[in-house]
Design a protein around this ligand. Structure first.
Ligand code: ATP
Ligand code: MG
Length: 267
């Protein structure tokens, strides 16, 4: 299978730091898989995610994205090129900060489509559909500050998907949530994977890692382990975990309905 994302020799040396934050990392991400990136604080997880996602330019090495239009050398793009790539091809769910507090839930999602030139009316229609699919019907016109942490993460997940992005990056998406709410947010991210999207998620949460297809562990900026679930679970446990992505607990949402607005043909 052709990887959706390929990194070779990825190295990041922050100015003034004696050792590299990322040290010649090679990684291939396959389409449709969920990859958890783990490791101690300071091991380079966020640096790796930001470099893979074109937020940060590596000091050395390459990142190649298999975009719909063909391969893109992400590391070689200038700031504007990387901003455009992030807007058009990628989705992001971070612990906090990417959504705008002064906008409503609906506006936060719709703006992602309006940036792509979609007229406001249509963008808001698509946004409303995604918010409803993620269990936020009736909350569209609340400002972010009027939502709980878990609800705000649902808005972020809607925003990450409304553009049709095939690749979603998440950094500690459950980090600020209690375990039940965190599990619900994870359900929604894995439902997106079940619908064919690819997820790269940085996490300290063993619950997230247990349910990802693959766990990549960093230490001092290097990959020290890269395990797939079949190998970790030894068979039956893995099957159960795959099955669980089909349900969203405690909400009206079922993953079968999450797929509806996502249309590969639209791209
Ligand atoms: N902007 C920066 N300038 C200088 N050093 C940085 C910068 N950002 C991160 N670092 C350093 O790079 C290393 C890796 O940081 P990174 O944020 O990638 O770690 P992390 O694994 O995400 O940690 P955490 O789990 O605490 O979020 C750390 O030693 C950190 O201090
Ligand atoms: Mg981090």
């Amino acid at each position: 299978m052709t990887p959706i994302l390929t990194a070779r020799g990825l190295t990041v040396q922050y100015p003034g730091s004696a050792t590299p934050a990322l040290d010649a990392v090679d990684i291939d991400v396959l389409p449709g898989e969920s990859v958890a990136i783990m490791g101690a604080s300071g091991s380079g997880k966020t640096t790796l995610l930001h470099t893979l996602a074109g937020i940060l330019r590596p000091t050395a090495g390459t990142v190649t994205l298999a975009a719909a239009s063909g391969p893109v050398a992400v590391h070689a793009l200038d700031d504007a090129g990387r901003a455009r790539l992030r807007r058009e091809e990628l989705g992001f769910v971070f612990q906090q900060g990417l959504l705008l507090d002064e906008l409503t839930a609906l506006e936060n999602v719709a703006v992602a489509r309006m940036l792509a030139g979609v007229p406001r009316h249509q963008a808001e229609g698509e946004a409303a559909q995604w918010l409803a699919h993620l269990g936020l019907q009736g909350m569209e016109h609340r400002r972010l500050g009027q939502l709980s942490g878990g609800q705000a993460q649902r808005v972020a997940i809607a925003r990450a998907q409304v553009t049709g992005a095939r690749l979603i990056f998440a950094d500690e998406p459950t980090g600020a949530l209690d375990s039940t709410t965190g599990a619900e947010v994870l359900d929604l991210l894995l439902a997106a994977v079940a619908q064919g999207r690819t997820l790269v998620v940085v996490t300290h949460d063993p619950g997230v890692a247990a349910r990802a297809d693959r766990v990549v562990t960093l230490r001092d900026g290097r990959v020290v382990a890269d395990e797939r679930r079949a190998a970790r679970a030894g068979g039956s446990g893995g099957g159960e975990a795959v099955h669980r992505v089909a349900t969203v607990r405690g909400g009206q949402v079922e993953h079968t309905t999450v797929a509806a607005p996502y249309d590969e043909a639209r791209r």
